[in-house]
Design a protein around this ligand. Structure first.
Ligand code: NAD
Length: 357
């Protein structure tokens, strides 16, 4: 990277900065580019948590705005005050999208279109500004389990199978369309499953770790053979920074860490790390439309931008993550109370009785 690029004084608008990836990205930017300013726009859904940023949300380089990405006037004003956008805000939990797709279309599709329209107006008027969009590997749909060598490339067809991934695919295509139609400076990332600190404990790793720490069983979908590709969130943050600074305008980059595990393998690894036996696994009916396998070819990002996953190797990265939840019990206990508890009781019957059964 050239010094010129490093020295650019940017003011990032980060949407969804109070969520899992967003809060890790704010922390990453504060450490890697301390001169940059950050505006964090977040509506604070259940997944958004100001505590995620308690250690870094200070000083004149950072400001938090509570607001919705569908609020056109607010979004336009904030984009006008910033140099670039890293758009992470989304409804993200597949199970919730199966219960009710409405909020997913509203935030993920309409919200992204709102940001695109506002960015088009502001960035075109001043002839500068880049939008980085966090799409997902789930837009590609599912790979079969019997051809483990096959992986998604950026040219793989989009075949989303659930309302969450369909809404992300729609947004992903809208970003592409604004680049093709209006030459808006956009870059798209399609990343695999992230893990790390501050992940909302409805996602599998923090859910399983915190259940086991509480002495509750863990609900494993179906036979557990579904395969996911896992990346540590700091590696994804470094990929977001790389595409912001050096990605080709209009390009899409897969982000992955060659870390494929079945859900059953993941579960056994977590049981081992927490000293628990197989009796703590509770098999529950499979998720509707459950994709079998995601696998990402990140060769384009590695070859074009020299990016490498450096923090994702198992078991060390998983051990560090488990330790973070062990060391931050007050964080997840607060998150697991209130509305979240009611939601999970309703959805999975968790937290009932001594063993969570
Ligand atoms: N977590 C993963 O494994 C993963 C993988 C690939 C891509 N992604 C994408 O990365 C992004 C971040 O994912 P995450 O796991 O951090 O999600 P998350 O659910 O932890 O956080 C989402 C954040 O967006 C905010 N938000 C939701 N709706 C909003 C709205 N209408 N206006 C303003 N803010 C709103 C929430 O309050 C929350 O802080 C998402 O776009 C997701 O699709 C996630």
């Amino acid at each position: 990277m050239t010094d010129t690029l490093l020295n650019v004084d940017r003011h990032l608008l980060i949407t969804g900065g109070c969520g899992f990836i967003g809060s890790n990205f704010v922390r990453f930017i504060r450490a890697q580019r301390p001169a940059w300013r950050i505006t964090n726009l977040d509506s604070l859904t259940e997944a958004g948590n100001l505590q995620n940023l308690a250690d870094v949300a200070v000083g004149e380089h950072y400001r938090f705005i509570k607001g919705n990405i569908c609020d056109r006037a607010l979004v336009e004003r904030l984009i006008d005050e910033c140099t670039d956008i890293v758009h992470l805000a989304a409804e993200t939990h597949v199970d919730r999208s199966i219960m009710d797709a409405g909020p997913f279309v509203q935030t993920n599709v309409v919200g992204t279109q709102t940001i695109l329209d506002a960015a088009l107006k502001v960035f075109k008027a001043r002839s500068s500004g880049r939008l980085v969009f966090a799409s997902t590997d789930e837009v590609y749909g599912s790979l079969p389990l019997d051809t483990m060598s096959e992986r998604f490339t950026e040219d793989s067809p989009l075949r989303p199978n659930n309302p969450y991934s369909a809404s992300k695919a729609a947004a992903d295509m809208m970003v592409r369309a604004y680049h093709e139609t209006f030459a808006l400076d956009c870059v798209v990332t399609r990343c695999c499953n992230n893990f790390g600190p501050n992940q909302f404990p409805e996602k599998v790793i923090p859910l399983f770790v915190t259940n086991l720490l509480e002495g509750h069983s863990v609900p494993l979908y179906g036979d557990g053979k579904n395969v996911r590709d896992w990346i540590h969130v700091e590696d994804y943050c470094s990929a977001l920074l790389a595409v912001l600074e050096r990605g080709h305008s209009g390009a899409t980059y897969n982000v992955g860490a060659n870390n494929e595990r079945s859900n059953l393998e993941l579960t056994h690894e977590l049981l081992r790390l927490l000293g628990c036996g197989p009796e703590m696994v509770r098999h529950v009916p499979d998720r509707l439309g459950h994709d079998l396998r995601y696998a990402i070819d990140a060769g384009k990002l590695e070859c074009e931008l020299g990016w490498q996953a450096e923090r994702s190797a198992w078991p060390a990265a998983l051990e560090r993550t488990v330790k973070w939840y062990q060391d931050n019990e007050s964080w997840w206990r607060a998150v697991k109370s209130g509305a979240y508890k009611d939601y999970y009781k309703r959805q999975y019957g968790l937290f009932e009785g001594e063993s969570g059964e």
